[in-house]
Design a protein around this ligand. Structure first.
Ligand code: ADP
Ligand code: ADP
Length: 226
């Protein structure tokens, strides 16, 4: 059964043409799907509808066997990593990673266990007491991922997570994201305009253009030399 199912989903912004024009996509359990395509093609809107950050105009989105159209983001079994990290500047790395769990009333010892485990996977154990401003861009990115990992969600959503990093860090974090997916294989929907990222990370690439899905397939099929 598909973990994420997007069925005939349309998004029309007010006074605008349709940003997403009735797309269908089935994403399997543990699959890593990358949405690519030119700026304005509807990638981010699609991801935000799966996250619940954007209302859908028509159609259905299913996560883990349930329709989530009217389920608010906090109650969806997802965690999202943003391009701007969205870390809380006044909180330590530990508290940033623990925040979503505290909000959901997890017991203290369970929170500590999960944060320590995620910090180990991401190799940031030594940074837990620091504030975000005392971190490098790559370290901040790891913390943002840690915050998603501790939630142990059914689905990870990534919105252009590497686009603020320099070229060298991008390569490093690509490897890191791949490693995390191999360590804890979680269904992932990842948005980027970078074809190299799509090629290196995806089990399947979904090419969008003008609000429709143009092509779907494994990277080696889509990006072979013509
Ligand atoms: P992408 O992520 O592929 O760059 P988006 O999903 O952000 O594309 O945008 C798809 C289309 O919807 C674009 O034409 C964009 O201008 C439009 N759009 C995005 N957000 C809004 C909004 N809040 N209000 C009106 N139009 C929007
Ligand atoms: P976390 O996602 O770390 O658990 P919250 O529990 O505060 O943080 O987030 C609740 C929901 O709000 C999440 O599912 C996430 O998708 C969304 N969210 C978190 N941070 C932002 C942000 N900076 N902008 C928009 N949405 C966000």
């Amino acid at each position: 059964m598909a973990q994420v199912s997007i069925r005939k989903v349309v998004k029309a912004y007010e006074g605008n043409v349709q940003a997403v024009k009735g797309i269908d996509l089935e994403i399997a359990d543990e699959e890593f799907v990358v949405l690519v395509g030119p700026s304005g093609c509807g990638k981010s809107t699609t991801l935000r509808m799966v996250a619940g950050l954007e209302e859908i105009t028509s159609g259905e989105i299913w996560i883990g066997g349930d329709v989530v159209n009217d389920v608010p983001p906090r109650d969806r079994d997802i965690a999202m990593v943003f391009q701007n990290y969205a870390l809380y500047p006044h909180m330590s790395v530990f508290d940033n990673m623990a925040f979503g769990l505290k909000l959901r009333k997890f017991p203290k010892d369970e929170i500590k266990r999960r944060v320590d485990e995620a910090a180990r996977i991401l190799d940031i154990q030594a940074l837990l007491e620091r504030k975000p401003k005392a971190l490098s861009g790559g370290q901040r990115q790891r913390v943002a991922m840690g915050r998603a990992i501790v939630r142990n969600p059914k689905v990870f959503l990534f919105d252009e997570p590497l686009s603020n990093l320099d070229a060298k860090l991008r390569v490093q974090m690509r490897t890191e994201i791949k490693k995390v997916h191999q360590t804890i294989p979680t269904t992932t929907v990842y948005v980027t305009h970078d074809q190299v990222e799509a090629m290196t990370l995806a089990d399947r690439v979904v090419v969008m253009n003008h609000g429709v899905i143009e092509q779907v397939g494994p990277p080696q099929e889509l990006y072979h030399n013509p």
